[in-house]
Write a protein that binds this ligand. Structure first.
Ligand code: HEC
Length: 143
């Protein structure tokens, strides 16, 4: 390699590194200030009409073994969520997914679900008749 070639190569690579780092600086400032919040928001504000059929399928496959009528009366830590408002259920599910709310079972259940899945499931639960725990408790506790 002769000297001219070497100098050219050196100048070119220095210019490349400089432009790259200039780029990175630019991106960090913009991304840090604006982009992340906007990106997260856009998913949640995207209009979507939940599907009760899709919600029912997911609930039967993934939720009923813990939140179903047969188990709720016996396991004190499993909440009774049938008939709960869909907006409340959806907030809890999103919080579990983002780890803002912590529970080992729930965090692992919702990890693989999309935000639309969560909306379907929340809508479906909100349409169900609540399980009457008072009635159930009368059968199991002594007066
Ligand atoms: C392995 C058992 C298990 C499975 C499966 C499960 N859950 Fe849960 N779920 C729990 C437990 C335990 C809690 C209580 C967590 C806590 O104490 O914070 C909970 C809490 C919740 C809550 C919050 C209730 C409230 O009042 O704040 C919602 C909503 C919920 N689950 C929905 C679901 C949905 C929807 C599915 C299916 C996609 C599901 N769960 C699957 C065990 C389970």
């Amino acid at each position: 390699m002769n000297l001219t070639k070497f100098t050219l190569l050196f100048v070119a690579s220095t210019a490349a590194v400089m432009s790259l780092s200039a780029c990175t600086d630019d991106n960090t400032t913009t991304v840090g200030k604006v982009s992340p919040k906007l990106t997260v928001q856009s998913d949640k504000t995207e209009p979507y009409i939940p599907s009760l059929m899709a919600g029912e399928k997911l609930v039967n496959n993934l939720c009923s073994q813990c939140h179903g009528d047969k188990i709720i009366p016996f396991v004190q830590s499993y909440p009774n969520i049938k008939g709960q408002k869909s907006s409340y259920i959806l907030k809890q599910l999103r919080d579990f997914k983002s780890d803002a709310r912590q529970d080992l079972y729930m965090q692992s259940v919702v990890k693989s679900l999309s935000d639309k899945d969560l909306q379907d499931v929340a809508a479906f639960y909100s349409t169900l008749k609540p399980l009457d725990l008072y009635e159930r408790s009368q059968e199991y506790y002594q007066k």
